[in-house]
Design a protein around this ligand. Structure first.
Ligand code: GDP
Length: 714
């Protein structure tokens, strides 16, 4: 039987093509979960974790599949995090429920843009990491360079626990610097691990590397420092303990090397996971006490809140600490929902207590009790029915109705683990059915997608009445369009993808506005006065409101209506029908009328004030999403790639050459990137590849704004 100390909930994250799927596949094989290794992107149906056929065809991993394996008397739940950045929400969701992660890096490519983004997300959720430098068999493999990049680009303290035996095509094993043994992976499948003495010609190199490692480790442990000064040899177990302690406190990132494809080093990664990753009881988890909460508060969560609940930093009285014991009341969070033909499959992480089949639990968001009649353990697309599950575990529940991010508790506690940080979508396109009779199908499909993915949004264009879908990038939306056709047999036409523009004021505006309607019946009267100040449109709360009125000039009960009136108007502005952000309103004065004032009159007054008085005076500017683009191409194309990025209004942030390949990183407006795949092919004779990640919103230069806006309206 597994105790909570023997559970590891880990994620594997990586830049696309670093070998994450291959590594996962090999792990499943060595743990006996699958009996045949399959090659990723091969013709035999693709890897086990990529169980969705769209994913298999595109060679990317979208849905976070969860799978369970056993290694060294530990249960490891591997939560597959997607590599493609258009699926950020999937990464955020899985990070929320992980206790640790393995960061896979390519020995040649090193730390690439997506690794930087994923690392930022891991920091937000306080997830400790291990790095695995994969593809040591490739020409140009350079682990030292990757370690340097870990230090410089990710600002972590990497500790190389192994050095490779042989390089490139002669890579044959690793030297474990803690036990000072050579480790080889024998048999055609690398399944037999052989630990032997270090080959003579590598002894000196291994000793130098070990000295460096012990020096680094001694910074985390006084006993070790004393032993090193004494020149006594520390035992392996105590070294593991130091690495574990420093990793759990996120001060150290252990680094392993290997080649998943060549079956070298994978078992050592599994052992490192059991040795250095935290178990569910090693992390402090906080939930919010919701006894005094209203539904709207529960729904509104900023990114700052997320990191506070994930790490306990900025702990407030509202936060309660959970305890990962079975005897405590149940607290669990749904972190993913998937629609299947048999109904909804919900992935739950249990933080506290025990989940039992047949019991009813309360959804903290809706307040209603839900009976859990089928519990399953999940392995890619196979399910195993179970009766109960304990704190620390990840399980599936079949047939319940809830949204991802919902917290379930037993009735004796009221708390919420909160929603996760949900980024705003940046691309939008219109969609309509080709055949009239498919309207129902489209509505059903969009509702299902929206439920499983909060970054996928559905709305109606107020001008044309068309249905709009929005997401984190073109690929993100393409995948859903393909699903529509495949799973729902719903043929659709789409419009051109549009950027999700925003607008923000740049000038401080004092205002005074009177709203009066006196035509028959009871009249409507409201008067408000105050100031509007621009705030950073990037801040978590892009609208702030403060009431500084006194003396009852506006009765207190009308103040929420004033705020609501402003909020009502934030979906359009002088530049067009898109969000207005970056506004702080301070209400300083006003007036009301005994008989003719109401919530409605104040709400309409504020909305009208924003539209007709404040925004026209505020010098409103256009904001656009900027993406970080990383291009890799043969070095001879460096000049033309850079030239093209500059013409696309790009700002080059880095350009590196390595073994005849160049890597160029640039910040480029999303509006210029819609045909980039095609354009890059032209510029590099088909030999360039690229990835994009949303970086931030930025103000569009005025000379460009006019042209850009005209394009979007055309
Ligand atoms: P993912 O996109 O990170 O999931 O990466 P994949 O596992 O799909 O691997 C991308 C490509 O790299 C595939 O063609 C793999 O066969 C290849 N690959 C994975 N691991 C290694 C390795 O250790 N050495 C070499 N040479 N190729 C590898």
């Amino acid at each position: 039987m597994t105790t909570i100390h023997q559970i590891r909930n880990i994620g594997i994250s990586a830049h696309i093509d670093s070998g994450k799927t291959t590594l996962t596949e090999r792990m499943l094989y060595y743990c006996g979960r699958i009996h045949r290794m399959r090659d990723v992107k091969g013709g035999d149906g693709g890897a086990t974790m990529d169980f969705d056929s769209i994913e298999a065809r595109r060679g990317i991993t979208i849905s976070s599949a969860v799978t369970q394996v056993r290694w060294n008397e530990h249960t490891i739940n591997v939560i597959d995090t997607p590599g493609h950045i258009d699926f950020t929400i999937e990464v955020e969701r899985s990070l929320r429920v992980l206790d640790g992660a393995v960061l896979v890096l390519c020995a040649v490519g090193g730390v690439q843009s997506q690794s930087v983004t994923v690392d930022r997300q891991m920091r937000r959720y306080g997830v400790p990491r291990i790095a695995f430098i994969n593809k040591m068999d490739r020409t140009g493999a350079d682990p030292q360079r990757v370690v340097r990049q870990l230090r410089e680009k990710l600002h972590c303290r990497p500790a190389l626990l192994q050095i490779p035996i042989g390089r490139e095509s002669r890579f044959e094993g690793v030297i474990d610097l803690l036990s000072m043994e050579a480790v080889y992976f024998r048999d055609p499948d690398g399944g037999r691990v052989e630990r032997t003495a270090i080959p003579g010609e590598m002894q000196a190199e291994a000793e130098t590397a070990r000295r460096d490692l012990l020096d680094l480790l001694s910074g985390f442990d006084d006993d070790l420092t004393a032993r090193l000064l004494d020149e006594s040899v520390p035992d392996v177990q105590s070294l593991h303990a130091v690495v574990r302690k420093a990793t759990l406190s996120r001060q150290l990132t252990p680094v392993l090397v290997g080649s998943a494809y060549r079956n070298t080093g994978v078992q050592e990664v599994l052992t490192a996971v059991t040795r250095y990753r935290p178990g569910p009881a090693d992390r402090r988890i906080f939930a919010r006490d919701t006894r005094s909460w209203s539904a709207t508060q529960a729904a509104r969560v900023s990114s700052a809140d997320v990191s506070a609940t994930a790490s306990g930093e900025g702990l407030s009285a509202e936060l309660v600490e959970l305890s990962a014991v079975t005897s405590a009341p149940l607290v669990a969070m749904a972190f993913k929902t998937v629609m299947h033909s048999f109904g909804q499959l919900t992935f739950l992480r249990i933080y506290q207590g025990q989940l039992n089949r047949g019991s009813a639990y309360v959804n903290a968001r809706t307040g209603s009790a839900v009976r859990f009649s089928r519990l399953v353990r999940i392995h890619a697309d196979q399910r195993e029915e179970i009766q109960s599950a304990d704190a620390g575990e990840i399980v599936g529940v079949l047939g319940i109705d809830c949204a991802s991010g919902d917290t379930f508790t037993d009735e004796s506690v009221q708390c919420s683990l909160e929603s996760m940080f949900v980024p705003e979508p940046v691309v939008r396109l219109s969609i309509e059915v080709v055949r009239n009779e498919d309207h129902g199908k489209l509505a059903r499909a969009l509702e299902a997608f929206r439920r499983e993915d909060p970054t996928f949004r559905v709305s109606t264009d107020p001008e044309t009445g068309q249905t709009l879908i929005a997401g984190m990038g073109q690929l993100h939306l393409d995948v859903y369009l393909e699903k529509l056709q495949r799973d729902y047999a719903c043929e659709c036409r789409t419009g051109r993808p549009r950027v999700a523009w925003r607008q923000c004021p740049t000038r401080h505006v004092p205002f005074r506005h009177v709203f009066k309607k006196m035509t028959g019946g009871p009249g409507q009267f409201a008067q408000i006065q105050g100031t509007m100040t621009p705030i950073s449109p990037e801040s978590a709360d892009s609208f702030e409101f403060a009431d500084e009125t006194h003396g009852g000039c506006i009765p207190r009960e009308y103040i929420p209506a004033v705020k609501q009136g402003f909020l009502d108007e934030l979906s359009r502005g002088p530049l067009g029908d898109f969000d207005v952000v970056g506004i702080r309103i301070v209400l300083t004065d006003g007036a009301h009328h005994e008989n003719d004032s109401s919530d409605l009159s104040f709400r309409l007054c504020a909305a009208e004030a924003l539209r007709t008085v404040i925004l026209p005076e505020a010098d409103v500017r256009l904001l656009e999403p900027i993406m970080t683009v990383e291009v890799e191409a043969p070095a001879e194309f460096q000049g033309s790639v850079i030239g093209h990025l500059l013409r696309s209004r790009g700002l080059i942030t880095a350009s590196e050459n390595h073994n005849d390949l160049c890597t160029i990183t640039a910040d480029v407006p999303l509006a210029e990137l819609f045909d980039y795949a095609c354009e890059l092919r032209g510029v590099t004779q088909g030999q360039g590849t690229f990835t994009t990640a949303f970086a931030r919103y930025a103000m569009v230069p005025e000379d460009v704004a006019g042209r850009v806006l005209k394009q979007t309206r055309s």
